[in-house]
Design a binder for this molecule. Structure first.
Ligand code: FAD
Ligand code: NAD
Length: 475
């Protein structure tokens, strides 16, 4: 096998593997190095997302949502299922099967695109060289005109609550519980906390979430965050805001957590504790000396808007660089870089990266929040339409939440869209496309939406921007 390539990608997660595939599609010779090992000791491409993130979490969210609906909603449909039970072992087996199929699929995609897979460790050296260490310790030096770093991220550990498996765990640990913890503590009421807290709550855990900030979902539009908090409280998530964790210690089979809040010192005892306070870029043993690649003060690899590092011919994409830590953001960066290397036009529009939180109700947004628009001093209009007024949502017994569209007063351009409700993550795609084309709310108003569909909620929200909604009273 040749040790010289047009492109070497280090990292085979959702940023790295699409970069390798697109490079192959562009007729470049390409190798992709990845060192991810699963709990069974097997190497697997796909990174955090496919092995321990997006995919396994969505598998568990789907299973537990079905269980929850069978118990709580079937009766409303007239379906009698009094003895619904959950087999956690089977649920976990299904999840593992999905992960295996998806990760093995990457090898097939590599074959199709002519990508050389290399499982083991990659280290950038100076002068367009990469050191590859195979699982048996054998080392090879590869050369490449272009090298793409896609090393991803790792969970942040909390000094006052260090990981101590199986009691104090990160998100991967929380995806692997073999039984339902009676009491589950979650530090951080962010995306992971809410998704994994929901999974175990639906199966019967008493879930306490300790969030340091006084505002719930501070990054989201606050109208949406308020609505979400109301629903999560109804589900039974005990979300405690302004809670600063001061310690966590394992005592027998339980974990004692201490924290302070506005009322002073507090204590809570749980059976398992998940720490989900964010992720940090992962660059361990990635950079040899004299590469010229620079890190910022938080450890992210410094890149320009086209993901070029300070070293000629070295690029970096995904969670290890600035921007939201999302699989689709990393994918677009990887594809952009592979196209730029091949001399094609490519760019990523960071203004239209959608966010989705796969809870029930689901949340999704793109663009600016109302708070951000206000802070910019821009004159704006808002249209809100509730799922309560959607025939389809009612037929689905999921008439919760709303769609909200913010448009500029001056030229009606859509500035932000925020949805909480059924299938919000699917519905947001229309808003992303609209914003990608700099659409106005009038453009959405004049677009025909099939009846009865959930997408009509977005249509009516666009009409509501100009107080012309048909299926609700305009105020
Ligand atoms: P990673 O996926 O972390 O992949 C990096 C890969 O590089 C890894 O396989 C790693 O082993 C390998 N690597 C690192 N250094 C080296 C080296 N020196 N040599 C060889 N290999 C190396 N995002 C979403 O968009 N939607 C979701 O629903 C979602 N759900 C999530 C749920 C959870 C529980 C978690 C933890 C994350 C979730 N994310 C989600 C975030 C998403 O997983 C990340 O944004 C995404 O995986 C980042 O992709 P990446 O390729 O940059 O990094
Ligand atoms: P996050 O940034 O979404 O949430 C972390 C939360 O922890 C925040 O609310 C923060 O205020 C809080 N926090 C921080 N320090 C704390 C402390 N000491 N005590 C208590 N609370 C504290 O991070 P996450 O939930 O860990 O997720 C990590 C990344 O993974 C995110 O960037 C996210 O984009 C990505 N992810 C995405 C999805 C999705 O797209 N659906 C799902 C899971 C994860």
């Amino acid at each position: 096998m040749s040790d010289s390539f047009d492109v070497v990608v280090i990292g085979g997660g959702p940023a790295g593997y699409p970069a390798a595939i697109r490079a192959g599609q562009n007729k470049l010779s390409v190798a992709c190095i990845d060192e991810w090992k699963n709990l069974d000791g097997m190497y697997a491409f796909g990174g955090t997302c496919l092995n321990a993130g997006c995919i396994p979490s969505k598998a568990l969210l789907e299973s537990t949502e079905l269980y929850h609906r069978a118990k709580e909603e079937f009766a409303a449909h007239g379906i009698k299922a009094p003895d619904v039970t959950i087999d956690v072992g089977q649920m976990q087996k299904r999840k593992a099967g999905i992960v295996k199929t998806m990760t093995q699929g990457i090898l097939a995609l590599f074959k199709g695109a002519g990508v050389t897979p290399l499982q083991g460790h990659g280290k950038l050296l100076s002068g367009h060289r990469v050191e590859f260490t195979a699982p048996d310790g054998a080392r090879r030096e590869l050369t490449a005109k272009n090298i793409i770093l896609a090393a991803g991220s790792a969970p942040i550990e909390l000094r006052s609550a260090p990981f101590q498996s199986p009691y104090i765990v990160d998100s991967w640990g929380a995806l692997e519980f073999a039984s339902v913890p009676k009491r589950l503590g979650v530090i951080g009421a962010g995306v992971i906390g809410l998704e994994l807290g929901s999974v175990w709550k639906r199966l019967g855990s008493e879930v306490v979430m300790l969030e340091a900030l006084p505002d719930f979902l501070a990054v989201a539009d606050q109208q949406l965050a308020k609505e979400a908090l109301r629903h999560f409280k109804k589900l039974g998530l005990d979300i405690r805001l302004g809670a600063k964790v001061t310690g966590a210690s394992v005592a027998g089979d339980t974990v004692n957590v201490t924290y302070t809040d506005a009322k002073g010192e507090q204590k809570v005892t749980v059976d398992r504790l998940v720490v989900a306070i964010g992720r940090r870029p992962y660059t361990k043993d990635l950079l040899g000396s004299g590469t010229g690649v620079e890190l910022d003060e938080r450890g992210f690899i410094k890149v320009d808007h086209e993901c070029r590092t300070a070293a000629q011919g070295v690029w970096a994409v995904g969670d290890c660089v600035r921007g939201p830590m999302l699989a689709h953001k990393g994918k677009e960066e990887g594809v952009m870089v592979a196209d730029l290397i091949a001399g094609h036009y490519a760019e990523v529009n960071y203004k239209t990266v959608p966010s989705v939180v796969y809870t029930a109700p689901e949340m999704a947004w793109v663009g600016l929040t109302e708070e951000q628009v206000k802070a910019q001093g821009k004159a704006y209009k808002v249209g809100v339409f509730p799922f309560l007024a959607s025939g389809r949502a009612r037929a689905m017994e999921q008439a919760q939440g709303f769609a909200k569209i913010i448009a500029a007063k001056e030229d009606d351009e859509i500035l932000g869209v925020h949805i909480i409700g059924p299938m919000a993550g699917e519905l947001i795609a229309e808003a992303v496309l609209a914003m990608e084309y700099s659409a106005s709310s009038e453009d959405l108003q004049r677009t025909i939406h099939a009846h009865p569909t959930l997408s009509e909620v977005l249509h009516e929200a666009a009409l509501a921007v100009d107080k012309r909604a048909i299926d609700s009273i305009n105020r």
